[in-house]
Structures are given as structure tokens and as C-alpha cells.
Design a protein around this ligand. Structure first.
Ligand SMILES: [Zn+2]
Length: 245
């Protein structure tokens, strides 16, 4: 972890924001990526889930229309804006600056907040030794989320975060192994053959990741996994784990 790395990550979030704004419009291509192999049972379960989702979105159902925007990307944009404001104020307060006003609309860009973080982070890190770790973890996650939303994540990509459930404990290390990976799972149906979904999977090599059932969204083999809608929740667990750890 270094200040340069974190400043570069923040800049990448600023640079990629326009791509996210463009990608929220339906019809903007998001690549279909071949998924990993699923058991017949797993495939049937996923297909049923997908059929339910499609039925929910069916514009022939009474009172339903298909929104022209990708709701998941709009949700992510709102979240990134809130995160950027919170982080910026953390940095501003640490360095004795006036807090920044909260966004007045979810349509605002987080870039002014991110620019302030870049401007004041070096001083904030000098004032508070925990600052770099806190901002780095969050900035890495924000950047990962953007790449995933844009479909630029590759299957097997390792997340730069320690799993909050096993804390990265393996037979070789007490803690801190980076066990979380992105997996892309095929959820195609006959009508929609190219559907895939992103999962975060903890691939602890020694099977030492054993969250409570209610904390697990789904499973990939014997590994706990979380689908995209659960990522904000997962991010919160990462944050809590960092504070406690
Ligand atoms: Zn784990």
C-alpha cells in the first residue's frame, strides 16, 4: 500500500466516471462473458431465478415497464457519490478544512469530492496514520465496482481486500491472505443465452471460510459467494472488519 497507488486509484475513478454515466443507458453494450461450469442442479436453479427476474421485468405484465436505464448502474452511481462525499469529509476534517456540502441530487458527479481527496490526502496521511489504509481500501473497492459495472472484470480476478469472514486465514498464514476473487457465472437461458453474472467468491484454499448461513448469499462449490446486489452489504462488512481488526 502506498500513497501513490491510492492517488492513482482515485484518479482512475475520476477518469472512468464518464464511462459509467454512458453505461447507465440501456443499449450500451456490456460484454457477455462465458461463465464457469455449473452443475445441472445449479444451472436449473439459476435459470429459474433468471426466469423469475425476467417475468418481473416483462413489460406485458400489468403495470410493469422495462426501465430504459440500468438500475444497477444508477444504484452504483448513487453509492459512489455518497462514498466520495463521506471520504472527502473524513479527509477534510482530519486536515482541519471546512466540510464539503452533501450532494443536493443523486445526479451529481462525485468528481469534485474525489479531487478534494487527492488534494488533501497527503496531508491527511501525515496527520493520521490510519488514514491511508482506510482511504485505500475504499478507493480500491470503488474502482473495482466501476470495472465490474462496466464489464471489465476478468474471471478469477483477485480483489484487493481481505475477506471479512475468514480474515484471510489459511493453514500457512494467521490472517491477511487475499482470498476473494471475482467469478463470472453463466446464467444463460434458451431465450437469453449470453447472460452472465458477477460473483465475489472467497476461495480460501483450506476451506477455512465459514460465514453464518445468513451472511452467505450463494455458494460456488463449497465456497461462499455474493452476487452483485449484495456487494454494498459486503463492502460494509469489509469496512467493519477493518475497524475491528
Ligand atoms: Zn473468506
Amino acid at each position: 500500500m502506498s500513497l501513490e497507488h491510492t492517488l492513482a486509484t482515485l484518479q482512475k475513478i475520476i477518469d472512468r466516471w464518464p464511462d459509467l454515466v454512458a453505461a447507465r443507458i440501456k443499449g450500451t453494450p456490456r460484454p457477455a462473458i462465458p461463465g464457469t461450469h455449473l452443475s445441472d442442479n445449479g444451472r436449473e436453479r439459476m435459470n429459474q431465478q433468471r426466469r423469475d427476474d425476467l417475468a418481473d421485468a416483462d413489460d406485458r405484465a400489468p403495470g410493469k415497464t422495462i426501465p430504459p436505464l440500468h438500475i444497477d448502474i444508477l444504484d452504483l452511481m448513487t453509492k459512489l457519490l455518497t462514498d466520495a462525499h463521506t471520504l472527502a469529509n473524513h479527509v477534510m476534517q482530519t486536515t482541519g478544512q471546512q466540510p464539503l456540502p452533501p450532494p443536493i441530487s443523486t445526479a451529481m458527479s462525485p468528481r469534485p469530492y474525489l479531487k478534494r481527496i487527492i488534494e488533501f490526502l497527503p496531508q491527511a496521511c501525515a496527520d493520521d496514520e490510519d488514514m491511508l489504509e482506510a482511504i485505500t481500501e475504499k478507493a480500491d473497492l470503488m474502482h473495482d465496482e466501476i470495472l465490474m459495472a462496466l464489464g471489465e472484470v476478468f474471471d478469477g480476478q483477485r480483489l484487493n481486500a481481505v475477506c471479512p469472514f475468514c480474515m484471510g486465514r489459511t493453514s500457512k498464514r494467521l490472517a491477511g491472505e487475499l482470498t476473494m476473487r471475482v467469478r463470472i457465472r453463466d446464467i444463460g437461458t434458451n431465450e437469453h443465452p449470453n447472460l452472465a453474472e458477477f460473483l465475489v467468491v472467497c476461495e480460501n484454499p483450506d476451506g477455512m471460510c465459514q460465514p453464518f448461513a445468513r451472511e452467505v448469499d450463494t455458494w460456488v462449490g463449497t465456497n461462499p459467494a455474493w452476487r452483485y446486489p449484495r456487494w454494498p452489504w459486503l463492502a460494509k462488512q469489509l469496512h467493519t472488519a477493518r475497524r475491528v481488526g
